[in-house]
Ligand binder design. Structure first.
Ligand code: ZN
Length: 145
């Protein structure tokens, strides 16, 4: 019996079961046929974030950022490249702390950018300050169980 993962569809929010050996190939949503694995960062609001925390089983690296934050803007291209390189291992997502202040408060975000790696709603690690692509990937892989 092969193990499977639950993955939330980034388009419709539907929860899909995907066998682990199919994860590399991606897979499409059973409901809306969108790709379940994205190569670009997801933009999540509070409801979307909570849904992924509760139902999605891939690790998720969240960039808590704001549009006025210079270092956040500087890191954005590296973050997008890291999303492409780690697509089938880790989801990368962005939460705008201005639009989602309750979420930023819930996780005690005091400086931005702050990156938090989650899996199954659990925090695996966090780091503040802008990182380049290599640092993003290295740090993330170090936190994974
Ligand atoms: Zn879908």
């Amino acid at each position: 019996m092969s193990q499977s993962f639950h993955l939330v569809c980034p388009s419709c929010g539907g929860v899909n079961r995907v066998p682990i050996d199919k994860l590399q190939a991606g897979g499409k949503c059973g409901k809306c046929h969108a790709e379940l694995i994205r190569t670009e960062p997801l933009n999540l609001d509070q409801a979307g974030f909570m849904h992924f925390m509760q139902r999605d089983e891939l690790p998720m690296l969240v960039d808590f950022w704001a549009s006025w934050c210079g270092p956040c803007q500087m890191m954005a291209p590296a973050f997008a490249q890291a999303a492409r390189e780690m697509a089938s291992e880790v989801r990368l997502a962005k939460v705008d702390t201005e639009a989602n202040q309750a979420l930023a408060a819930q996780f005690g975000i005091r400086s931005i950018p702050t990156l938090i790696l989650f899996q199954g709603g659990r925090e695996l690690g966090r780091i503040s300050g802008a990182l380049d692509k290599a640092q993003l990937i290295t740090w993330t892989r170090q936190q994974l169980p």
